[in-house]
Structure formats: C-alpha cells, structure tokens
Ligand binder design. Structure first.
Ligand code: IPM
Ligand code: MN
Length: 349
C-alpha cells in the first residue's frame, strides 16, 4: 500500500494510524507492505507539482492508498484555487468515482444536537466523485468581468454511483430510526436540469433494487433534516459538490470532521483519507483528532478483504471513546493529545 502523510496535521495523525494498523496486524494472517510518498502542498512548494508522475504511478500500482489530509491555503494557483490539494487529480486519475462518507455518532461523543443516543446517527453519504459541478475544476471560463463553471452529469456516471449506493444499502441494517433500508437521492431537481437528469436515472436504477426504499429529496430541505431528524437516513446519494457540503454538515453533528473517515472507491482502485483538511493552525501541537484517519484505514482494510480487522479497529476506537480514554473538546480537538489517542486505540486492540 502507498502511504501519503500529507500536510499540516497529516503526518501526526498518519503516524498514530500506522501504530493502530501495526497493532491490528499482530496475530492476524495479513501484513501490510508500506511505500511512503510525498504529495500535496509541501510537495508543490518544493517541486511545483502537488503529485509527481512517479507517485501517481505508485498509487495506480498499489492495492490501496492511505492518504493524509493535504493542502495549504498559502499555496495557490494563479486562478485563486488551492494548488496543493489532490482531490481532482487522484479521484479522476484513479477513476475513484464513489466517495463513501460514513456519518456515525460514537459512544462517548457529545453531538452538537441534543438528546441523541450513540448510534442515533448512522448514515453514509455516497458522493459522486468524478463529475458534477467539480468537473469544472480548472476548466471553467474566466474573464475579468465574469466567470462560468459547469456541472457535468453523464448517464454512466449517475448509474454507477446510484448502483453503488443501493449495493451499500444492502449491506447495512437500515436507518437507525425505523430500520428501513433506504437510499435518498439528494438534488435540486426543482431548479437545474442536470439534477432532474440525475434523479431520473436514480429512479431507473432503483427499479433493480426492490428490497431497498428509494426516495428523492431536495438538498436544501435535506440539510435541515440532517440536523432535525438525522435518524431517518440510511444511505444518501448525491452529486459531487452537494456531497462535499452535506458530508461536512453531517460531521458537525457527530463530534466534528475529526470523526469522519472516507473511502474513494473505483472498480479497481481506491484510496482512503479523512474528510477533513490539513488544519495547519493546529499542526504539530498534539491536538488533532486522529480518529477520522484511523477509521479511514479501517475502511481500507475492509476494501482489501480484511473485514474482521476493519471491524476490530472500529470497535477499538469506539471502546476508547466510550471509556473516556479519548475525549473531545467542543471544537473537535482531543483533550489528551493525538499520540495518547493513537495509543488508546492500539491499546484496545
Ligand atoms: C474534500 C475536500 C476536497 C474537495 C478539496 C480539498 C479539493 O473538500 O475532500 O471534501 O473539494 O473534494
Ligand atoms: Mn470537503
């Protein structure tokens, strides 16, 4: 596997994650072969490119990639966008079209929403990763007087992300509130024809999954429901930009983005990273919550066929939180430090 430590808090949370992976391998029948590569804003500053050809080839060859957060607001392209981020390059480059973002309230974590038991929030945002509004990344039209970005929806793109969402729903226990296996298509079909197209194809794909309840909702109202009634959601499938927004909203209800892992899955390749950014403001202070990174590694093991080890890591993190060995501040940083959090999880293993 390829490991990209990343920028800002990346190296410190990746270090704790490798500690956890090491503990997970003890006595297990698999072993991970690590190949470290530099990519991101630091790499861009040094070489003028965020991702070298060599690292990209290594990612393509690897069975899986574990990537820390990257980016630095100071490293910018001439058009004003960030030059040190990799989302566009890796997601399209590896054709990792499904961005799987589980949103789950763990025991011992205080939600910003009141009166919720652990497990009362447990849904997955299935974000389309290679088209939508972000297909316009670096390709929009820019003049001194105006700019124009576009939103791409293709039949192939919508079909494959919709199928992934229904397949995922089949492996889950349904929404926490009513146990119904449900896939919610989130769009603005009332306003934009691209979203109407997305919805239409979603409903066509849904016919192939009679065991799963399909529903369609507008993104603005869904944002409100994710706050007011999150327990009714199971799997949400949505366009790239909306998925970017709604998954962070979800993170805000489960203890912050430091609790949000993700997988970028293609049919052949995949890479795993926390949903959050590189948080340069708290880098090197032993404050970053490593759990999103650790849970991303667990998702990676699942992808690699080591589902038992993946569950063991997830349960170890859950126990460390519920026992109070990892405690979060309201801002999402860890009270007792990043290193102590990593030790607590590997200790549980
Ligand atoms: C994410 C990030 C990225 C994205 C950025 C940093 C390119 O926000 O992974 O959610 O826009 O997708
Ligand atoms: Mn984001």
């Amino acid at each position: 596997m390829v490991v990209i430590p990343g920028d800002g808090i990346g190296p410190e949370i990746v270090e704790q994650t490798l500690r956890v992976l090491e503990a997970a391998q003890k006595g297990a029948a698999f072993s991970l072969d690590l190949e470290f590569h530099s990519a991101g804003a630091g790499e861009h500053r040094r070489t003028g490119r965020a991702l070298s050809e060599e690292t990209f080839e290594a990612c393509k060859r690897a069975n899986a990639v574990l990537k820390g957060p990257v980016g630095d607001p100071a490293v910018r392209a001439p058009d004003g966008t960030e030059a040190g981020v990799l989302g566009g390059i890796l997601r399209t480059g590896l054709d990792a079209y499904a961005n799987v973002r589980p949103i789950r309230l763990y025991p011992g974590v205080a939600s910003a929403l009141s009166g919720l038991a652990p497990g009362a929030i447990d849904y997955v945002v299935m974000r389309e990763n290679t088209e939508g509004l972000y297909a316009s990344r670096g390709r929009g039209f820019v003049s001194p007087e105006a700019t124009l970005d576009f939103m791409l929806m293709t039949r192939r793109g919508v079909e494959r992300i919709a199928r992934k969402a229904f397949e995922l729903a089949r492996t889950r226990q349904g929404a926490p509130k009513d146990g119904v296996r449900r896939v919610t298509c989130v769009d603005k079909a009332n306003v934009l024809r691209g979203f109407a197209y997305f919805r239409q194809i979603f409903l066509e794909v849904a016919k192939g999954y009679p065991d799963i309840q399909p529903e369609c909702r507008h993104a603005d109202a869904t944002a409100a429901s994710l706050v007011q009634d999150p327990g009714r959601f199971d799997v949400l499938v949505t366009e790239n930009f909306l998925g970017d927004l709604l998954s962070d909203l979800g993170g805000g209800t489960i203890g912050g983005l430091g609790m949000c892992p993700s997988g970028n899955l293609g049919d052949e390749r995949a890479y795993f990273e926390p949903v959050h950014g590189s948080a340069p403001d708290i880098a090197g202070q032993d404050r970053a919550n490593p759990i999103a990174m650790v849970l991303s590694a667990a998702m990676m093991l699942h992808w690699l066929g080591e589902a038992a080890a993946a569950s063991r890591i997830q349960e170890a993190a859950s126990r460390a939180l519920s026992a109070g060995a990892i405690r979060l501040f309201p801002d999402g940083t860890v009270r007792d430090g990043t290193v102590a959090a990593g030790r607590a999880i590997s200790g549980e293993l």
